[in-house]
Each structure stands twice: as structure tokens, then as C-alpha cells.
Design a protein. Structure first.
Length: 358
């Protein structure tokens, strides 16, 4: 079933963009884990629309109300259910779309798949808004991982072809604490200009988010279908608008020789086997090798744009034109950074709670 994911941490997402609410059920959490709700709220707030000139005007508090599985500030270990009420819906913007599907969105495929019975308002269950409960579930998983010394972080790696610098400068503010999460703020300004330019041209741009997990121990994961790559990819490709996922140096590895690409083992402090490089992104044979897990995902440009585009009219069955009204971000990437962090946290907690190899 497509709305459920996981072997050990099982999550189930529900809701539609303009329905009563959206939410998540998280099953398999360890009992008695004290959650820092302020920290969770700070994380989920990063996904909410920004205050940039080009940000979507839809303002939602996105505050999850926990219905079950949480008592006296701690997880019960029973299913934790949370709901986020939709408050700022404006379905009139979408009235046209029942007849005229948005190019690049799920209006046509959703209609065929659900025989026209799905709620199309605001993208319904296909909306990027459904990533709000996913982000909440991931914030819980992040805290549990943190208690085992595993830190997850992500940054905007690229927008409209403008790349962030590869690594943080010592002592610099981590991207997670910034409104625009990049390492290099000057590059960040150029990215914001590119988004703004696309917005004023009634268009949109895409980009890449890069995520890291530091401190993930060696020996977790499985070969083949249970590989960490397979599980992360399955979760990342579930995030709407993700069109590519790569680990370590990813596709770049195919252009290198084995002698350049191999991460040679090396003895490190404490008699631990480490690697000289981390081209594999911390995973060998589907199993963690103790190096930082590094994964990137590519987001396409937002499909809903105000520029006029070709589509069809399903009432008259003729070719037609469409200019998408409504409130959309001209670039999904900045808001997707905490979503990606959360998605990685859910997968890694799921893996960590499974059987250990070796
Ligand atoms: C955080 C987030 C926000 C999004 N906001 C929008 C949006 O405002 N307009 C839009 O057309 N798509 C938006 N999307 C992407 C669509 O939901 C997605 O393109 C659509 O469901 C079709 O799925 P696909 O692109 O994976 O094929 C958003 C995605 C995410 C992750």
C-alpha cells in the first residue's frame, strides 16, 4: 500500500491539501523516549512557507496535534498519531483544474488511477503539503537517532545550476539554523536571485538537496532489496517532485577509474577500520561502513506556474491553454531541506532497529 512505509518504523501518511487535515501514524517507536517538542516544532517550521517575496502566500501553522502514543512527554511505544488541520484553503484557485490538468502535475494520472473519485483540490493527496506530517515523523526519528550520536543535516546543494560550496567553514552557522540553508551565503544570494527572476517571469526553477548522516555505525543494512540505498531511494522518491537520487559521488563515479574511485580502508584511531575517501557515501554492499552517509536528491522545477502552457480540456476533449493560478513556490528546494532530513532520519532509524549484520 503506497501510503505506508517501513519494516521496523512503520509510517502511514494520510490527508488531502484542502480537506479537513493531513497526518501521520508512526508505529514501532521505542517506548519511554522523551521528546523535545520545541525542537520538533522548530524543525517542522523550516518546511513552512518562507518570508521571501516569492514564497507561497498560503499560510498554515502546520502545528501537529498528537492524538495518541504520547503520554507525560514520552513516547508510549504504541502507534503515535498526529494530525495537522488545514486552515488556509482556497479551493477556488483550483476550480479550472478539474477540466484542465496542470502540465507536470498528477492531475491526469491521479484521475485515471482513482477513477475520478480523488479530491483534486490543491493537488489533493499528491500535494507537497503531505510532506508536513512526514517532516514531523522524521523530527521524532531525528531525536531518537541523536540520542545514539547520529546527526542528520542537509543543505541546498544547487538551485538553477548555481552550486553551494562543498563544505562548511569551521565555526560557521550550520545551514539548519539559516533561513536559506546553504553553507556559502554569497552563493545563496545568487540562488535566491535566480528564484526571484523565475518568479517574476511567471516560471519556476529546480535544484538539488544534499543530506548527511554523521555517526551512523558500520554494519547496518542488508544486501539487495534491503540495501540502505534501496530504502533511502524508495523514501526519497516518495517525496513529490524528486526526480533523481545519488549516493556519495553518485553518477560521477561512472566517469572515474577504479583506482580513483575506491575508498581504501585505513586504520584509524581506536583500532577502527576507516576509509581514506568517501566516494561511496558511507555504504558498501548496501551496508553502512561507518563513514558519513551522503545522499543527494534532485527536485524538478515546480510544475504549477503562472506562465501560459499547453494542456487539454477534458470537458470538451480539445487542446487548450492553462495559466496556473493559486499559491505556489517558484522553487520547492528551500522548503524541501527539512523534508529530506526527516526522510533520511525515518529510513536510518528503520535500518538501525532492524537485524544487525556482522
Ligand atoms: C515541500 C513541497 C512543496 C511543493 N509545492 C508545490 C507547489 O506549490 N506547486 C506544485 O505544482 N508542486 C509542488 N510540489 C510538487 C508536487 O507535489 C509534485 O510535483 C506533484 O505531486 C507531482 O509529483 P511528481 O513531481 O513527483 O511527479 C511540492 C513538493 C514539495 C516536496
Amino acid at each position: 500500500m503506497s501510503s505506508m512505509w517501513g519494516d521496523n518504523i512503520k509510517i502511514s501518511l494520510f490527508g488531502e491539501s484542502h480537506g479537513q487535515g493531513i497526518g501521520v501514524v508512526v508505529d514501532g517507536l521505542p517506548p519511554g523516549f522523551e521528546l523535545d517538542m520545541k525542537k520538533i516544532a522548530a524543525h517542522t517550521k523550516r518546511r513552512a512557507p518562507g518570508d521571501f517575496a516569492w514564497s507561497t502566500r498560503r499560510k498554515e501553522a502546520d502545528e501537529p496535534e498528537i492524538l495518541s502514543g504520547f503520554f507525560n512527554g514520552k513516547t508510549c511505544g504504541t502507534p503515535l498519531a498526529a494530525v495537522i488541520r488545514n486552515t488556509d484553503t482556497r479551493s477556488i484557485d483550483y476550480a479550472d483544474l478539474t477540466a484542465k490538468p496542470r502540465p507536470g502535475h498528477a492531475d491526469i494520472t491521479g484521475r485515471i488511477r482513482y477513477k475520478g473519485a480523488n479530491d483534486p483540490r490543491g493537488g489533493g493527496h499528491f500535494s507537497g503539503r503531505i510532506t508536513a506530517p512526514l517532516t514531523f515523523a522524521g523530527a521524532i526519528c531525528m531525536q531518537i537517532l541523536e540520542s545514539s550520536g547520529i546527526e542528520i543535516s542537509a543543505h541546498i546543494c544547487e538551485i538553477a545550476g548555481i552550486t553551494d560550496s562543498g563544505a562548511p567553514t569551521p565555526g560557521a552557522t550550520p545551514p539548519s539554523k539559516k533561513t536559506f540553508p546553504v553553507y556559502d551565503d554569497e552563493r545563496g544570494v545568487l540562488m535566491q536571485k535566480a528564484i526571484e527572476e523565475a518568479f517574476f517571469k511567471t516560471d519556476s526553477v529546480g535544484g538539488v538537496v544534499e543530506a548527511f548522516a554523521h555517526g551512523f555505525p558500520a554494519g547496518y543494512g542488508d544486501p539487495f532489496f534491503g540495501s540502505i540505498e534501496s530504502r533511502v531511494a524508495s523514501m526519497f522518491f516518495s517525496i513529490p517532485a524528486v526526480k533523481g537520487v545519488e549516493f556519495g559521488i553518485g553518477f560521477e563515479a561512472s566517469r572515474h577509474r577504479g583506482s580513483e574511485n575506491n575508498d581504501s580502508p585505513v586504520m584509524a584511531e581506536g583500532n577502527v577500520v576507516s576509509r581514506k575517501t568517501n566516494n561511496a557515501g558511507g555504504i558498501e554492499g548496501g551496508i553502512s561502513n561507518g563513514m558519513p552517509i551522503v545522499v543527494r536528491c534532485a527536485f524538478k522545477p515546480t510544475s504549477s506556474i503562472a506562465a501560459e502552457q499547453d494542456t487539454v480540456n477534458l470537458n470538451t476533449m480539445t487542446n487548450d491553454k492553462l495559466s496556473v493560478r493559486g499559491r505556489h513556490d517558484p522553487c520547492i528546494v528551500p522548503r524541501a531541506v527539512p523534508v529530506v532530513e526527516s526522510a533520511l532520519a525515518i529510513v536510518l532509524l528503520d535500518v538501525l532497529m532492524g537485524p544487525r549484520l556482522g
